[in-house]
Design a protein around this ligand. Structure first.
Ligand SMILES: O=C(CO)COP(=O)(O)O
Length: 252
């Protein structure tokens, strides 16, 4: 049984006081169970404070991005070593907003995945098709290509420890969720891609999240699907109550 992962991706939202309040409100309420991991992906300036606040609880704190280099002349960037040093444990890589707006490529996502493992960070690797690609029936090949490139050169153990988030771009922040069947179909395909590229063992172990307008009212159905092991959630992760309902669904 794969442990589910519910990750709230706050994106560029909340001020420090609000971020701290959220962690105070949720850290004692997230379920302590083998069934689910609860993760909050917060903006960089809040990470040290939130890691401190969440210490010793079942709430993990993640970054939303990082550079792949250890250090150097990269003004404005944050390195994997810095994240590791302050106690961050997960990092989102290749979110579609970073691919679209900040020139993230499959190649940089792959470099970042290697860098994450070099610093004991668990990567949450995002993939997903545009509406145009879905309408032209190229979803499976687009996603297959993204997954293969992202995990290229990782060891079997590293792939087993990775999290892949399938986020159809047309379902992000639009209120349009993929149906649970549509979401599962692609997640099943991702698992096959991993089986072919790495091994059956890696495919069995890798956790695959769905993301795109996940909310308390649709999370149960999505999580009941055979190949969906969690959710990466934007809007519905901003309120503590709603985030807690999502992690409770993961603990069922
Ligand atoms: O992009 C997402 C999570 O990374 C999804 O965002 P929404 O849940 O707001 O659609």
């Amino acid at each position: 049984m794969r442990k589910k992962v519910i990750a709230g991706n706050w994106k560029m939202n909340k001020l420090l006081g609000e971020a701290v309040q959220f962690v105070e409100d949720t850290k004692v309420k997230v379920p302590s169970t083998e069934k689910v991991e609860s993760v909050v992906c917060a903006p960089f300036p809040y990470l040290p404070t939130l890691v401190e606040k969440a210490k010793g609880t079942d709430l993990a704190i993640a970054a939303q991005n990082m550079h792949f280099e250890e250090s150097g002349a990269f003004t404005g960037e944050v390195s994997p070593a810095m994240l590791k040093d302050i106690g961050v444990t997960y990092v989102v890589l290749g979110h579609s907003e970073r691919r679209e707006l900040f020139a993230e490529t499959d190649e940089t996502v792959n470099k970042k995945a290697h860098a994450a493992f070099a610093h004991q960070l668990v990567p949450i690797i995002c993939v997903g098709e545009t509406l145009e690609q879905r309408e032209s029936n190229t979803t499976m090949e687009v996603v297959e290509d993204q997954v293969k490139k992202a995990i290229d050169g990782l060891s079997e153990e590293q792939v087993k420890a990775s999290i892949i988030a399938y986020e159809p771009i047309w379902a992000i922040g639009t209120g349009k969720t993929a149906t649970s069947e549509q979401a599962n179909e692609v997640c099943t395909h991702i698992r096959k891609v991993v089986a072919n590229a790495v091994s059956e063992t890696a495919a069995e172990a890798v956790r695959i999240q769905y993301g795109g307008s996940v909310k308390p009212s649709n999370v149960d159905e999505l999580l009941s699907q055979s190949d969906i092991d969690g959710a990466l959630v934007g809007g519905a992760s901003l309120e503590a109550d709603s985030f807690l309902q999502l992690v409770e669904a993961g603990a069922k």
